[in-house]
Design a binder for this molecule. Structure first.
Ligand code: F6P
Length: 323
């Protein structure tokens, strides 16, 4: 019988994490399970920073960005001593199950903690990057894409007015999911992602061809982890050969904040509830995700080992639509 569960958010925050916390707390309440919030991710687990969460504590939270619990990237958790301390604190807090909301780093920590402490752990995918196998989308991805598209719409106005080329950098340290969705939805002329080698000569030629065909303004979306470098580097390398006025805009952490989209709130509500159910039904070591509208559970390791394929066909579609 589960009496008390812990919940934490860890790694980069994303819109919808609060909606997931709310869903965890209120679903747990429906089973008469107590919820202990752990502040600042694994750092708070090590430093014993906790807060009791009840249905009223999570009122007015569904629409807020950030995370009520705070988050951190915790190096100590990667050490044997850190893991031991975390396991001891789990015992101290009287937690029978733990729900971790975050990305692959969060799940690696969760897997190790489960191995060392024996506590049951369930993961909820919360990262704007959408780089986890086992779910069509991660919580925060849709909101981040919408925020970036809104920014691109604005950039387009000024790009058109001045007949300029804009390099717009979006997040995605290792993967191009955000860049691809943002580029297609924002009507970009080129999209550079880490998964596809960037040929700067070809990029320069395509920009010049578009100019020759009468297109006076262009938007190139660059994933921050692109193999050719960051947006400023790429602009620098290409700039002189372009014979076109250009500017660079790095959207950065703007993409991580703000109210979650309706889609992220829905996803967070479904997955937060599913995580509690998984614990109640005795499961551990898995991430809950949504694939084709169905809740699925994927072993932690698979979420980062199995490659989530980027739909590169969309790059061709973008090219066709950008002519
Ligand atoms: O993992 C999410 C993410 O937003 C990445 O896209 C980005 O590279 C990174 O976090 C930024 O991390 P930090 O919050 O440490 O600046």
């Amino acid at each position: 019988m589960m009496k008390r569960i812990g919940v934490l958010t860890s790694g980069g925050d994303g819109p919808g994490m609060n909606a997931a916390i709310r869903a965890v707390v209120r679903t747990a309440a429906s089973y008469e399970i107590d919820v202990l919030g752990i502040r600042r991710g694994y750092a708070g687990l090590l430093d014993e920073e906790t807060v009791h969460l009840g249905p009223r504590t999570v009122a007015n939270l569904i629409h807020r960005g950030g995370t009520l619990l705070g988050t951190a990237r915790c190096e100590e958790m990667k050490t044997a001593a850190g893991l031991r301390k975390a396991a001891d604190n789990i015992g101290k807090f009287g937690i029978d199950g733990l729900i971790v909301i975050g990305g692959d780093g969060t799940f690696r920590g969760a897997q190790e903690l489960a191995d060392v402490s024996g506590v049951r752990v369930i993961g909820v995918p919360g990262t704007i990057d959408n780089d986890l196998w086992g779910t069509d989308a991660t919580i925060g991805f849709d909101s981040a894409v919408n925020t970036a598209v809104e920014a691109i719409d604005r950039i387009r106005d000024t790009a058109e007015a001045h007949e300029r080329l804009f390099f717009v950098e979006v997040m995605g340290r290792t993967r191009g999911f955000i860049a691809l969705s943002v580029g297609v939805a924002g009507g970009a002329e080129d999209i550079l992602v880490p998964e596809v080698r960037t040929d700067l000569e070809a990029l320069s030629a395509s920009i010049r061809e578009r100019m020759a065909a009468g297109k006076r303004a262009s938007i190139v979306v660059v994933a921050e982890g692109d193999d050719a470098g960051r947006a400023f580097d790429i602009a620098e390398k290409l700039g002189h050969g372009l014979v076109m006025d250009f500017r660079v805009c790095v959207l950065g952490h703007i993409q991580r904040g703000g109210a979650p989209s309706a889609q992220d709130r829905l996803l967070a509500s479904k997955l937060g509830a599913a995580a509690v159910r998984a614990l109640v039904e005795g499961r551990t070591g898995v991430m809950v995700g949504l694939i084709s509208a169905k809740v699925v559970e994927t072993p932690f390791e698979e979420t980062w080992v199995t490659d989530k394929r980027l739909d590169t066909e969309l790059l061709y579609l973008m090219k066709v639509l950008a002519r």
